[in-house]
Design a protein around this ligand. Structure first.
Ligand SMILES: *Cc1c(COP(=O)(O)O)cnc(C)c1O
Length: 448
């Protein structure tokens, strides 16, 4: 393993109960000025972060198993990223690529062409957020195919804008009362091995969806199918082997584009540069964001040159898309991932954490499944002896872990999945300590 070096002490330290007085004071002001619709998973306010820790306004040092939702894979203050940002900010923060272009954007596009799956010719367009990338992938797919229907799946999460809300599966909190939603979006059954009828193969799960697509929409009306190769917000659901290859082969045969939404799974997170590689599928279009730029807002659609270049000049863009500071951050992030071989680090995290959690699952009887790839791992919490989701236990465990100084996120269609997304540069000792806290929290709440 690379010997990571850190600026902040890599230790869990509680100076106060959480939230401390300073965080509580900020929270009180927030209530009066920040819209209530924005939630925060933890009640403390960050002042510093590095490697595997976040330090709050009261001097508490918390172990970070969320990485800002799979964003700060190289750390939240990676020195190479910080230097690249500072250097670019001193030259220019913005010109608008649509007005006065700059090389950083072109270099990011070159990197994306080299790193994403498939050896075909590719083009990229840069944006600010994952949702914006998804919206644009759909625009491109519709124009390139001359078709309008888009197929999304159960448990999908693709964002919070109008079109991406339509693509997202879960009503609360993402969609409820925010409609009407964009038309021509159809939802099909996904592959959820833990909850699908037992024995259902990946091929069968794909055929189940394909049959419905053909019967309900008609293949020749479908522009694209969009899928997260590991469904993120939906519960870190790894599709059954064969599911995606079968679906993608059908798409190819029917002139339907395959869009891989790798906003969460991308950039070394799952032990490969992109999770599509685990499935042996090559997307026509791939959407990217989160881990791409070490915490700076940047997103991309990378895809087949013929599809991308089918769009008329001026059809794609945005004032801030591919901001030069964000591009500099992305280039430093990608260099760091390559130099430190962070895909290998993610595999190492899987190899140490997964067996440990699997053994622990046998001990407690409330863990239905341990799953995931690389450093995108999850445990699905159920009521003992059943597959019935236990969202209350999940919430209680996350709260208990937080009170002990470990930031743990939850997810899942049923709200019963604890997800582990540590920065890839977290040290082994700190990760071990966080898992011990998590296991103790589960033990404490299953002795009820
Ligand atoms: C987070 C996420 C998005 C949305 O990205 P934003 O940057 O929050 O707009 C889209 N797709 C997937 C798979 C995500 O995890």
């Amino acid at each position: 393993m690379t010997d990571f070096t850190y600026r902040l002490a890599q230790k869990r330290h509680l100076a106060t109960t959480l939230p401390g007085p300073r965080s509580a004071e900020i929270a009180a002001r927030r209530k009066n000025f920040v819209a209530a619709g924005v939630g925060s998973s933890v009640p403390v306010y960050a002042v510093d972060a590095d490697g595997g820790v976040i330090v709050d306004a009261d001097g508490n040092s918390l172990i970070d198993l969320g990485a800002g939702i799979a964003v700060t894979s190289v750390g939240a203050s990676n020195p190479a990223v910080a230097a690249a940002v500072a250097e670019q900010a001193q030259r220019f923060t913005h010109t608008c690529f649509m007005v006065t272009p700059y090389e950083g954007y072109v270099r990011v596009a070159e990197e994306l062409a080299a790193l994403t799956p498939g050896s075909h010719e590719k083009r990229s367009v840069l944006f600010n957020s994952g949702a914006e990338a998804v919206e644009n992938a759909i625009k491109i797919a519709r124009l390139a195919t001359g078709r309008t229907a888009v197929v999304a799946f159960d448990h999908a999460y693709h964002g919070r804008t109008n079109l991406t809300m339509a693509l997202t599966a879960k009503s609360m909190p993402y969609k409820a009362h925010f409609g009407p939603f964009a038309p021509e979006v159809y939802r099909m059954p996904a592959s959820y091995p833990y909850r699908d009828e037992s024995g259902l193969t990946g091929e069968q799960a794909a055929l189940r969806a394909i049959t419905q697509i053909e019967k309900q929409i008609g293949a020749d009306s479908v522009a694209a199918i969009i899928y997260e190769p590991i469904q993120g917000e939906g519960g870190f659901i790894v599709p059954a082997p064969g599911f995606l290859p079968t679906l993608v082969a059908w798409a190819k045969d029917n002139g339907v584009l395959f869009i891989a939404d790798e906003v969460q799974t991308g950039f070394a997170r799952t032990g490969a540069w992109f999770a599509s590689e685990h499935e042996g599928v090559v997307p026509d279009l791939i959407t990217l964001a989160k881990g791409i730029a070490g915490g700076m807002p940047l997103a991309a659609v990378t895809g087949r040159a013929d599809l991308m270049d089918s769009v008329h000049a001026g059809g794609l863009g945005g004032t801030y898309g591919g901001n030069p500071v964000a591009c500099a951050a992305a280039l430093a992030t990608i260099d760091t991932m390559r130099e430190w071989d962070l895909p290998a680090r993610a595999r190492q995290i899987e190899n140490s954490v997964k067996p440990r959690l699997e053994a622990f699952a046998k001990e407690v009887g409330v863990i239905g499944e341990v799953r995931g790839r690389g450093a995108m791992l999850a445990i699905e919490m159920v009521r003992p002896g059943t597959t019935e989701p236990d969202p209350e236990l999940t919430k209680a465990v996350a709260a208990e872990a937080l009170s002990q100084g470990v930031i743990i996120l939850t997810c899942g269609t049923y709200g019963n999945v604890i997800r582990l997304l540590p920065p890839l540069v977290i040290g082994d000792d700190l990760l071990d300590e966080a898992l011990t806290v998590l296991e103790d929290a589960i033990r404490a709440h299953t002795r009820r």
